[in-house]
Design a protein. Structure first.
Length: 88
């Protein structure tokens, strides 16, 4: 399953996550935002179950903002899994 969404309230403009049948993250592509940080996040979540990524990344803030790119990734994954009927 491939999930594509537009993050809100952060510098990145698009996130595309590829999940396998067990909801394990195969890849993450991010457009916009802080290149080095997002490449690092992409490398770290590869091979991670989506539920684990959601738990670890949800609630991370970027400076004075109420959200961050990791938080937006968690929110996007959570919404996509719920839409597919997967309990998060």
């Amino acid at each position: 399953m491939t999930v594509t969404f537009s993050p809100q309230g952060v510098c990145s403009q698009m996130m595309r996550v590829e999940l396998d049948e067990q909801q394990v993250i195969r890849s993450l592509e991010v457009r916009g935002g802080c290149s080095g940080n997002l490449q690092g996040i992409s490398a770290l979540v590869q091979g991670m179950p989506a539920r684990t990524a959601i738990q670890r990344l949800r609630g991370i803030r970027c400076g004075f903002k109420d959200t961050s790119c990791p938080d937006q990734l968690a929110r996007g994954l959570e919404a996509a899994l719920k839409k597919e009927g997967v309990q998060v």
